[in-house]
Unconditional design. Structure first.
Length: 82
């Protein structure tokens, strides 16, 4: 499975930065799965969990209150309020 770069930034600083296989975010429109080569998108996030599968197949979960996700090329950036 292909990997891509994920960056999660909060007002306190970087929460996560690294290569991942998959990210699932709590978009306002519903849970959104992001894989490598995802189309470019910007979406608002609501309270919920960001689920990550790292390049090493480890699962990580972060709880957020709100935020935005942006996918461009091979980078997914999440601006989140914890």
């Amino acid at each position: 499975m292909s990997v891509f770069t994920l960056i999660i930034v909060t007002p306190q600083g970087f929460l996560y930065q690294g290569e991942v296989r998959q990210v699932i975010v709590p978009a306002v429109e519903g849970r959104m799965g992001i894989l490598a080569h995802h189309t470019a998108i910007v979406a608002a996030l609501m309270m919920g969990e960001i689920e990550i599968q790292t390049a090493q197949s480890e699962d990580k979960i972060f709880n957020i209150q709100s935020g935005y996700v942006k996918v461009v090329d091979s980078t997914c950036t999440v601006l989140a309020v914890l």
